[in-house]
Design a binder for this molecule. Sequence first.
Ligand code: FDA
Length: 303
Amino acid sequence: MLGRVLLWASESARLQRFISRSRVSQPVVKRFVAGDRLEDALTAIRELNGLGIGGILDLLGEGVTDPAGAQAAADEYLTSIQRLPEEGLDTTISVKPTQLGLAFDLDACLAHLRRLAAAARDANTTLEIDIEQVEYVGDTVTLFRRLREDYDDVRLALQTYLRRTPEDLNAMADLKPKVRLVKGAYSEAPEVAFQSRREIDAQYRVLTDWLFDHGSDPGIATHDDRLIEHAKRAAERSGVGKAGFEFQMLYGIRRDLQEALVAEGYRVRVYVPFGSAWYPYLMRRMAERPANLRFFMRALVGA
Ligand code: FDA
């Protein structure tokens, strides 16, 4: 229930204005977001690289409603990607399609994505595509297929709470897709998404197996110990082994686990968001864990 309210709050423009302006929310933002500037994210990734952990660079922003906004986001991504070779960091780039105009112009969004995928290739890294609310999933899958015609190392995130995901995966089996498997972070209706942890986790296990058998370089993006253990077994059973897949986690969550997996010889990558448009991202992190919310509310009321 609380999670649903928070997910509603994540899409409220009024609350966004109020909370984004409140300076006291900064300590909470700092836990989950590397900072406002690209430099902050590069510093965080450098530190992760020092621990043997890769980065996933993410410029915060989503739900862009006009071409100029999409162009500005694409330009900022491009500048960020072009910085990477001189920094010599191990990081991929991740982008939300609605940040690049998916909601109003699919062709323009594809053109932006192509530009970013090409720049990523030139910078010796790869592009990842986040997955958003269910109304954008069909178009995002279409974009992925189109991008794959020229860029076979692009990774697509898919959500195990969605009932449609097995069908999406089966339909792209010919691509041997490179997928980041996540539980799903938005509020979706029971008609389209499983609501219980038991069903979401069960589908996570099934789709993990699918990726080890039919995908390429699976990205197991979870902090859930039981699902991580399942992925380790799937890697062994399928013969993919430790080098053939990666665990992915979020900045500010379970650093202990990230380091433990590296020590066991697994590949680990951490999603590092930066920028000023942190509000919806932060609210989704609150919704995942009520304990975060108590910390946040205390900061907000100055207690
Ligand atoms: P679960 O929520 O069950 O958490 C397992 C454990 O992890 C908890 O017990 C706790 O210890 C810790 N934990 C989890 N969330 C926490 C939090 N917010 N604060 C503190 N501790 C927490 N979603 C999406 O819809 N589209 C996307 O593109 C992505 N991309 C993405 C990339 C990466 C690298 C990750 C790790 C996750 C995403 N997600 C996402 C988010 C994902 O859908 C999901 O909401 C979160 O990962 C939380 O789910 P877990 O699988 O960690 O399990």
